[in-house]
Design a protein around this ligand. Structure first.
Ligand code: NAD
Length: 418
């Protein structure tokens, strides 16, 4: 029988590999294989039809060695314990590779937000926030949006937490609406960071930005902003998709037109039509002939089943964990270069960090300043990962983990603990 994919196993193997290359003994990094703290919660919600439904959720703090835990809350039917653990661990290493003073955490609720009313979602979010309140706070653990959640949900989380504390606590979540302590540029930050990453990669590889073909899987927050910004730079976006399927035009898609169509909220790409458009499945989209492939949806999209058929020259992981380790090896053997999630999609947490700094220090930055500080951090991190990967003759994923595992282990050792 085929073994079920477990993203947390992926994390453990990558950490083991990096730690052994760094020459660490097992006892020096063993703790990184276990989440520091985990909470499972159940939330009863009265649905609009009068029935009562009990939802399950999680909050996991993987590490707080370098600072408070930081990470999003996912609202999705596929959420499970191992996925949340993996996402929390990826946050630890992501914050370390871009060198911001956070540990890693993540949360999730097993639910399908697309089938819930605003009132039901509000009730669920408030109950979840109250349930995890003992764990979160500006100095302990700071949630943010992830798949299926957004600025609106963050406002509800902040409100519930503030009611429990008796005063407004802006710094308890990031990714909030601008009028509620949010930061200019946060909504675009992850996609903007992916754009900086692709720019840095193409520069290293002596390839032009203008006219280079890109395929984007997932047109949610991250994928749609990535497609918008790359299109604006003159890149040729030949295919994009959402959960319903993809659209493809080898001459390049009208991205502003697609974004306007999707901005309605409920529209799906399977129903989108325009001259020159071909409808394809998500599986077909991943196998298109392109220069850059940007998986920006969920985990386990490029795996042992399809890695041999992937035709792109570069994979830039905008989603968390879209490529399995088995696929990593196949891509590497086939000469396909991959920029790992913990580097490529770090723009969101970097600007979340700026938002939190603003909230706790009562500052207010301009969008230009946010974007230019983000660029500095993304460029510096890319350069460091590229350099170590070249020096050690290894992949960019291993390079990113060499830097981040070392930083987390040193933070623990600096405190005198393993
Ligand atoms: P989102 O909910 O805004 O969008 C998800 C997109 O993926 C939607 O277009 C959806 O239709 C599509 N999708 C869902 N299931 C799919 C499937 N089975 N096949 C193909 N497409 C599918 O989520 P998001 O915030 O854009 O997050 C996307 C990824 O980026 C996730 O892995 C998330 O963890 C990661 N990420 C997000 C942020 C952020 O700031 N939002 C930051 C870093 C990483």
């Amino acid at each position: 029988m085929k073994q079920q994919y477990n993203p947390y196993d992926n994390v453990l193997k990558v950490v083991d590999h990096a730690a052994s290359m760094l020459g660490y003994k097992e006892k020096e990094y063993a703790i990184l294989k276990y989440p520091e703290r985990e909470l499972q919660v159940s939330m009863p919600v009265v649905m609009d039809d009068g029935s009562l439904k009990v939802f399950e959720g999680f909050r996991v703090q993987h590490s707080t060695a370098r600072g408070p835990a930081k990470g999003g809350v996912r609202f999705h039917p596929g959420v499970n314990h191992d996925e949340v653990k993996a996402l929390a661990a990826w946050m630890t290493f992501k914050c370390a590779v871009v060198n911001i003073p956070y540990g890693g955490g993540k949360g999730g609720i097993i639910c399908d937000p697309s089938g819930m009313s605003e009132r039901e979602l509000h009730a669920l979010t408030s109950k979840y926030t109250a349930a995890i309140a003992p764990l979160i706070g500006p100095e302990q653990d700071i949630p943010a949006p992830d798949v299926g959640s957004n600025a609106h949900v963050m406002a509800w989380m902040m409100d519930t937490y503030s009611m429990l504390k008796g005063h407004s606590v802006l710094g308890v979540v990031t990714g909030k609406p601008i009028g509620l302590g949010g930061i200019l540029g946060r909504n675009e930050a992850t996609g903007r960071g992916v754009m900086f990453t692709i720019n840095n990669l193409l520069k290293k590889e002596n390839r032009p930005i203008e006219g280079t073909s890109v395929v984007v899987q997932g047109m949610g927050n991250v994928g749609s902003i990535t497609a918008k910004l790359l299109h604006r730079q003159g890149m040729k976006i030949i295919a994009v998709s959402d959960v319903s399927g993809g659209v493809y035009d080898p001459n390049g898609l009208d991205i502003p037109g697609i974004l306007a169509y999707l901005s309605g909220g409920k529209n799906l790409l399977k129903d989108f039509d325009a001259p020159g458009i071909n409808h394809i499945s998500n599986a077909e989209l991943l196998e298109l002939d392109t220069t850059v492939l940007v998986p920006a949806a969920l985990e386990n999209q490029i795996n042992g089943e399809n890695a041999e058929r992937i035709k792109t020259k570069y994979v830039v992981e905008a989603a968390n964990g879209p490529t399995t380790l088995e696929a990593d090896d196949i891509l590497q053997a086939r000469g396909i270069k991959l920029v790992p999630d913990i580097l490529a999609n770090a723009g969101g947490v970097v600007v979340s960090y700026f938002e939190w700094v603003q909230n706790i220090q009562e500052l207010c930055w301009s969008e230009e300043r946010v974007n230019s500080e983000l660029k500095n951090i993304m460029d510096t991190a890319f350069e460091a990962v590229w350099e170590i990967a070249e020096q050690r003759d290894t992949t960019l994923r291993t390079g990113a983990y060499l830097i981040s595992v070392k930083r987390v282990v040193e933070a623990r050792q600096g405190r005198g603990v393993f």
